[in-house]
Design a protein. Sequence first.
Length: 493
Amino acid sequence: MCSRVPMSNIAKRIAIVGGGISGLVAAYELELARLAGANVDWQLYEAGERFGGIIETTRHDGFILEGGPDGWVSEKPWARDLAIELGLEADLIHSNDATRKTYIQLDGKLQPIPDRMRLMVPEDLSALENSPLFSAEARRAYAGELSSAERLKHNAPDSDESVASFIRRHFDHEVLRKLAAPLLSGVFGGDVETLSVRAVMPQFVAMEREHGSLIAALQAKAAARGHKPTQPIFTSLRNGLGSLIDALLAKLPPERLHLHSDVRECSRARESGWMLRIALDSVRGCTNRYVLFDRLILATPLDITRRLLQPLDYAASKLLPKDASSAVLTAFAWPTQPFTLPQGFGLLVPPSFTPNPTQLLAATFVHQKFPHRAPEGAAVIRTFFGAGSAEQFSSATDAEIATASLAQLREILGPLPDPAAGFTTVRRWPRSLPQYEVGHLDRMAELAQRVETIGHLTLLGNSYRGVGLPDLIRDARTSAATIVNQIATAPIR
């Protein structure tokens, strides 16, 4: 992505704080520039014992068990482009869309979401006619949305609103409760009453502006596509997403990568530089080291970014998302499958339908969603707990979480044998999903201005401009390339 750039006399030292996907991709882009002749001298600091952040793959006897995301949305090209650039094109795999079904647990039964729907929006109203998922009132609401295109377009608000408000304007509360809330909780783990529709669902806002009716927008898109084959919904890697991290690390000089290096403080130094206080090897006792840099990239989780930013600009730190949702994921593997699962990708449990504070929100039939996730005849099911349910497990042991998760799966799916010993993983990601509340985009624009005023500071990660892997990769590469260009074109002092 980087081209050869002019050389200046003194290399600019760049600190990257955070070794998740954003930090590693920024380092990769800077390394490409350095090899192309740019005078950049980067170092990456990660407080933990491994790189990759929430991307973590366990490979066990032919099973691929993901501890974080299991793939990415195919229509966003940036993750695929990076994978190909790293030599992983032959490892790209796609979701089994021919057998795609997602189920909603409703009144103790699993009801399939009708075909040809994008989230809660149907492309074809006839698909709803025989669906037990919707009442006659909800079907009338869908039909009314299509016939109200001009009114919806004319009345589209100029300001941001919540996802819940947006869905109610187009459909009704039943659609919100049964479909929108569970679908979005699996991605953001948040409350649809407070999530910003412009930040979370910008494509639907654009549809409203152009067509008024979301259903009409999908129909227009289908007509324009004609008989061209549709793109697979999800993409992943044959050996798990951890192989993307491995490929990135293979391109980066090990001497520039520092584990167990916790950046405790960053302050302005000299005319425009940075002084970092780094607690080294926090596993065996802290030794503080002070290091000077010209530029700083914070690719840290929300709460750490807030702590580091607050002494620099308190007002800027207040513009960060106020809250973040936690997640707990459990994967179960069975070398043989002595049970039958519904055909499809998995199931969702609408959070408003159960009083259980530790109710799982979703389960994925991993071996049915992607190929190469389990040996022939084997099965993998992964459960997701988010928001309040994940918080309820904060003091539970991994064994207790696995037991509770398996018990709930049995309530929904019927008898399931115990998974084989050693074939279960539990991963906790506390406060890992920043909540993009109403007004998020305006706050991010103001934050960008304040960060520009601070100078020589870049913020990366899932708190700002998207939570999916493609968004994070795009953001990191673009930001790193901008830094290189600024350095190359800055006057030589």
